[in-house]
Design a protein around this ligand. Sequence first.
Ligand SMILES: [Cu+2]
Length: 129
Amino acid sequence: MPRLLLLVCIMMASWILGACGQAVQYQANQANISVTVQMANAPQANQSQPATLTFHKDNTPVVVQNVVCDTKMVGMTMGSNRPIADAKPDGSHICNLLFTMDGEWMLVITGTVDKQPIRLVVPKIIVAK
Ligand SMILES: [Cu+2]
């Protein structure tokens, strides 16, 4: 019987670790501009989270400038946290996100395409404790 209990504990531990180490992807679009946001791990409170942003216009890669990632908590005003994205040579951008509390967040991505402002909202990011 204790052996079975141990087995159950090992299974639960590996399930929890597996869930934490899982990559997640979000998508948002505004008119013909779309963004894919990729994170190496499911978002957790107070852990810096590098997110890779890939932009497309009419399904082809597009250059976006002045990219800023604004994290907002749904239904609550939290401290300001607007990381500026790093542009990569391949055209993608990296934002180091920080969710300062567990719960529901949204990500507001702003930038410019051909000097026109864009604003893309990823509405539902669930952050674990
Ligand atoms: Cu909060």
